[in-house]
Design a protein around this ligand. Structure first.
Ligand code: NAD
Ligand code: DAU
Length: 339
């Protein structure tokens, strides 16, 4: 099969490409990515050596480039990871989030309609459900939880999800959607909580924790997410949404303290800063549906996964130091100087 993976130079997409090349050597993978600040081609260096892999630099919202690629590659499956993914950036400037996450999704699906496709799979997020309160730990997001997005990022992802389901109903486009909780692991861009805290702790810099650090995220090792997407795009029912999560809820403060402990760094590096606007309090996924229908269960326990991740950042300093020395540094100053 020919599989187009959009956003494959980013965090989860690149992990997914390596999984596919390993687990399905019979398939050809075409990565479509326009290399925004979050796309890092060096991440795909090993994949480039595989004759079954091709990288194409283009915007998913560029109709001409997308149609040209479909004519060249005749894809059987499209998996859409490409997105603007950082909540804080969406609060600073929402417009690119609408362009890529909504318009880009529409352009990809229109190409699928025109050229025909076995499956269009949309990689979505638990953030489309909004948040849960901190004191109702009995509540979880199910696929029937109403869409109730909080940030420009999550509302653009919710808009895309609605469009995907509309294309299923109106045009019978063979679609599926997965909504996953917070991922962590190798190649995570160092603007997100875990890699940011690891890189700053290693430099003995302050660790900016929003508010009181009480917000809760449900952490899943990235490889487990990729395995779930692989299952759904090959075997999941068409027109369906599947939630993905591993019941690993932690407060942000717990996550940061674990990182400091593992690195042997003092807790006085923690600095409480002004909270994120509209900060979602708690995410928690109920993954019963994907377990019942497809037998998916997470394989990596959080306690092991966080140690493996910290070790990866220690072993791959060049990967993230190259990022920190570029555009990201200026971004960091813009984002944190007024806090
Ligand atoms: P990321 O920011 O690390 O990577 C995004 C990739 O998309 C980059 O390679 C970037 O260059 C590319 N891209 C951005 N705009 C593009 C465009 N217009 N055309 C082509 N390529 C473009 O993101 P991530 O964390 O790997 O997330 C991937 C997907 O998974 C996103 O759709 C995100 O909403 C979703 N998701 C992420 C998480 C998480 O915890 N990171 C959890 C659930 C769902
Ligand atoms: O739930 C899935 C989502 O998880 C994905 O859809 C998003 O693409 C992904 O970025 C992630 O969103 P979050 O906003 O949860 O991730 P982030 O790493 O930005 O923040 C995690 C938590 O840590 C959040 O409560 C905000 C807090 N935080 C974050 C940063 C960057 C801090 O306290 N300090 C920080 O400097």
């Amino acid at each position: 099969m020919n599989i187009i993976v959009t956003g494959g130079a980013g965090f989860i997409g690149s992990n997914f490409i390596y999984l596919e090349l390993e687990e399905h050597p019979e398939d050809r993978i075409i990565c479509l990515d326009n290399l925004t600040y979050a796309g890092n081609l060096s991440t795909l260096e090993e994949a480039m050596k595989n004759p079954n892999f091709r990288f194409v630099k283009a915007d998913i919202a560029d109709i001409e480039a997308v149609h040209k690629l479909f004519e060249e590659e005749h894809p059987n499956i499209v998996v859409n990871f490409a997105a603007e993914s950082h909540v804080d950036r969406s609060i600073a400037d929402p417009s690119i989030f609408l362009q890529t996450n909504v318009i880009g999704t529409g352009v990809m699906m229109d190409a699928c309609r025109k050229y025909g496709i076995k499956r269009y799979h949309q990689v979505s997020t638990d953030e489309v459900y909004g948040d849960l309160s901190l004191d109702r730990t009995d509540l979880f997001f199910t696929e029937d939880t109403p869409i109730h997005a909080s940030s420009p990022y999550s509302s653009s992802k919710a808009g895309a999800d609605l469009l995907v389901l509309a294309y299923y109903r109106t045009f019978k486009l063979p679609v599926s959607i997965t909504r996953c909780s917070n991922n962590y692991g190798p190649y995570h861009f160092p603007e997100k909580l875990i890699p940011l805290m690891i890189s700053r702790a290693l430099a003995d810099e302050s660790l900016p924790v929003y508010g009181k650090g009480e917000n809760v995220r449900d952490w899943l090792y990235v490889e487990d997410h990729c395995k779930a997407i692989d299952l759904v795009m090959r075997k999941g029912r068409l027109g369906e949404v599947y939630n993905i999560g591993g019941h690993n809820e932690r407060t942000n403060l717990e996550v940061v303290k674990t990182i400091l402990r593992e690195l042997g760094k003092p807790e006085n590096l923690i600095t409480f800063v002004t909270d994120r606007h509209g900060h979602d309090r708690r995410y928690a996924i109920d993954p019963t549906k994907i377990y019942n229908e497809l037998g998916w269960l997470p394989e990596t326990k959080y306690d092991d996964g966080i140690k493996m991740t910290i070790q990866w950042y220690l072993d791959n300093k060049k990967w993230w130091e190259d990022i920190l020395s570029g555009e990201y540094t200026r971004y960091f100053e813009r984002m944190y100087s007024r806090r």
